[in-house]
Design a protein around this ligand. Structure first.
Ligand SMILES: Nc1nc2c(ncn2[C@@H]2O[C@H](COP(=O)(O)OP(=O)(O)OP(=O)(O)O)[C@@H](O)[C@H]2O)c(=O)[nH]1
Ligand SMILES: [Mg+2]
Length: 294
């Protein structure tokens, strides 16, 4: 059988489990995950090497109606991830807002490749309910295939992967076998720190957080990392630092443990918190950080 390779974009509303799915498929965490919507901000590639195929997945920010410049940038990122890809996985979850899905599926009619409908979080519903949801969606779009999976238990995923591989064109791999993701070391660290902030802070705080790694130095026995956590308001800074610095300490400890685990090395993590007022609405700040809208 000929070797196959291609690009597969994971698309869908926020919080349906796109990043969790990617991490499960790769057997490794490349994308951060949280129980809050709009966790993923940038398109991230995750590369799966199989004996007979290479599948390059693109995890995307959840589709939503943007409320500011930054939200606009996130949705544009997701839309750009349709260009030139071979296969699309449209992901839904049992607690999805189906009206919204109709809108996004309608916008897909210009996509020429095969589209698979993937109902994630199957573990949360009975078999019968999963079947009903899939059949309701059948009328909305000419899907190439449909699958119900769980990105927590792994149910249904290997069958779906075989279908995806079959839908890919024959061709050589795009990346070397040792490449798992296109995300750089500094960005992985920034994302790990951001994930902990998403886990431990509430309401508007995580949405207004941006993490920039300013220094990343391997000093032989220790990895020295200096990062700035930007927040939108003074009150948010207080929350992220916490009483007597407790919150920042907890975020730092959790992030440090994960970085040490990933790099197999001791880490010194130097965290700072700064206010960048209303950065999500300010094109000049977004531009400086590489978030340019069209
Ligand atoms: N029970 C269950 N929970 C899941 C499953 N997949 C993901 N989750 C949970 O759903 C939440 C959202 O997961 P994410 O992977 O961050 O979702 P996402 O689609 O990437 O979200 P955005 O990046 O915001 O677009 C997390 O709390 C996950 O643990 C699943 O198959 N079953
Ligand atoms: Mg995500």
């Amino acid at each position: 059988m000929a070797f196959r390779s291609g690009f597969v974009t994971i698309w869908g509303q926020p919080n349906v489990g796109k990043s969790t799915f990617l991490n499960y498929v790769l057997g490794r965490k490349v994308a951060i995950v949280s129980s809050k919507p709009q966790t993923t901000r940038q398109v991230l590639k995750g590369i799966l090497n199989l004996p007979d195929a290479q599948v390059v997945f693109l995890d995307t920010p959840g589709l939503h109606s943007p409320r500011d410049e930054f939200g606009k940038w996130m949705v544009q990122e997701a839309e750009k991830a349709l260009d030139g890809v071979d296969v699309l996985l449209y992901m839904i979850a049992p607690d999805n807002r189906e009206e919204e899905d109709k809108k996004y599926l309608n916008s897909l009619h210009s996509f020429t490749g095969p589209v698979f409908l993937v109902l994630n979080k199957k573990d949360l519903v009975q078999e019968e309910e999963a079947r009903k949801i899939l059949s309701r969606f059948s009328n909305l779009f000419p899907f190439q295939g449909k699958a119900a999976v769980s990105s927590i238990t792994g149910e249904g995923i290997s069958e779906l992967l075989s279908e995806i591989v079959e839908a890919l064109p024959p061709g050589p791999p795009y990346y070397g076998e040792d490449v798992i993701s296109d995300i750089w070391e500094k960005d992985i660290v920034a994302e790990i720190i951001r994930e902990k902030i998403w886990w431990y802070t509430y309401q508007e705080v995580p949405y207004g957080v941006e993490v920039r790694v300013e220094e990343f130095k391997d000093r032989g026995d220790i990895l020295y990392i200096r990062a700035i956590i930007y927040v939108e308001r003074d009150s948010h800074k207080k929350i992220v630092i916490g009483q007597e610095g407790k919150m920042l300490k907890k975020i730092g400890e959790e992030a440090r443990k994960e970085i040490e685990f990933n790099w197999g090395k001791k880490v010194y993590l130097d965290l700072w918190v700064k206010v960048e007022k209303n950065w999500r609405k300010r094109p000049e700040v977004l531009g400086r950080w590489g978030y340019r809208t069209k």
